[in-house]
Design a protein around this ligand. Structure first.
Ligand SMILES: [Zn+2]
Length: 362
């Protein structure tokens, strides 16, 4: 039997295409070979490229633009000014368009596009010939130069956004900070609501999370967030936050960034093989969300693979993104039924999008 379609709600594909200088049309092992002898975090140990996405049937994903000018944060995609950050995201958009012209990606803008992407990936055509269908999202809103620029981004196809990343962002505080949503942040979130943009609550500080939910009436998801009950760090959501997302009809994407999977991980020091971190651990986070919800309708996959790191910060038994196809069997072993598994692997996010976009007539 063919493995289920996988929807990955968070992949920094353009970051890899441009900042890591990877031609994602090539297989992962070829990309690693080309980076031999080079140094830097995540270099030479990537896990994600289009051939392996197709092989694992990760046919539909949320792909990001990413350029911050956060204060007090790690220097990742961090620019000195909003106009530099905006220019960077425009370059990233241009990369996605180039991939579309090459026929290897296809952007999903509307409900019609979404249904076409699902039909394509359910069709009997060979998977290796199919484009990766993507929904554009922005991780951290710093590059949105003014609230007025958000409509321009919407017209470019931006359909989801997380206002914060790390540290003090221009509109909201990252998860590593403490404090409420600023006036600028409230204005931004209100404009997202008006446009029909999905609010990605991942990376928001606790205060910003609750403030944003209070004023935002549209669709809410957490693209790549694990459970604080299992990994006690503010990067993960506590049970009250997870329940609030569930009550809003949202979906929480379980991530494969090692330090978010198990407690006590020290980035840059702990190695997956030292602590025996296995892919199976993602099922603990999936199961926690399902237990809180009382069903399997609010859990999904948002791997964040190659989000500025590689195999040194992912489960030891994961070689490439194609290994996601092993998750269904792990869930089955835990007693999950076929329908539940299909929902977790893609159905929940697809239903969320269909319902949200049908409601707004997109
Ligand atoms: Zn992230």
């Amino acid at each position: 039997m063919r493995s289920p379609l996988i929807f990955d709600c968070h992949l920094d594909l353009s970051l890899n295409g441009l900042e890591f200088n990877r031609d994602l049309r090539l297989p992962v092992h070829e990309l690693r070979r080309r980076e031999e002898g080079m140094t830097g975090k995540g270099i030479g140990c990537g896990t994600t490229a289009f051939p392996e996405m197709r092989q694992g049937r990760v046919g539909i994903c949320v792909a990001t633009q990413l350029a911050g000018c956060m204060k007090g944060a790690r220097p990742i995609a961090n620019w000195m000014s909003p106009h530099q950050a905006w220019a960077q995201t425009q370059g990233q958009l241009s990369w996605y368009k180039a991939m579309e012209e090459e026929g290897v990606m296809r952007q999903i803008l509307t409900l019609h596009d979404l249904n076409a992407a699902i039909d394509l990936w359910n069709s009997d055509e060979p998977d290796e010939d199919k484009p990766i269908c993507y929904i554009l999202s922005l991780e951290g809103a710093d590059s949105i130069r003014t609230v007025g620029h958000l409509e321009r981004a919407w017209e470019q196809g931006l359909r989801a956004m997380g206002p914060a990343h790390y540290g003090i962002c221009r509109y909201a505080l990252g998860h590593d900070m403490v404090g409420p949503l600023s006036a600028a942040g409230k204005e931004l979130v209100t404009e997202m609501d008006r446009l029909g943009m999905i609010l990605d609550v991942t990376h928001l500080s606790d205060g910003c999370f609750w403030d944003a939910l209070k004023i935002f009436n549209g669709p809410v998801w957490a693209s790549h967030s694990n459970c604080r009950a299992l990994v006690p760090d503010p990067r993960q959501f506590d049970d009250d936050q997870l329940k609030a997302i569930i009550e809003r009809g949202g979906v929480i994407g379980a991530a494969l960034d090692a330090w978010m999977m198990i407690p006590g991980w020290i980035r840059g020091k702990t190695l997956p093989q030292d602590v025996g971190l296995k892919l199976e651990v993602i099922c603990d986070h999936i199961d926690h969300v399902c237990q809180l919800a009382g069903n399997a309708l609010h859990s999904g996959i948002g791997t964040d693979l190659d989000g500025g790191y590689g195999t040194e910060q992912t489960p030891a038994d994961l070689d490439t993104i194609a290994d996601l196809a092993r998750i269904p069997a792990m869930l089955e072993k835990r007693g999950y039924k076929e329908d539940d598994i299909n929902n977790i692997m893609s159905g929940n996010y697809l239903r969320f999008l269909r319902e949200s976009w049908a409601k707004m007539g997109l």
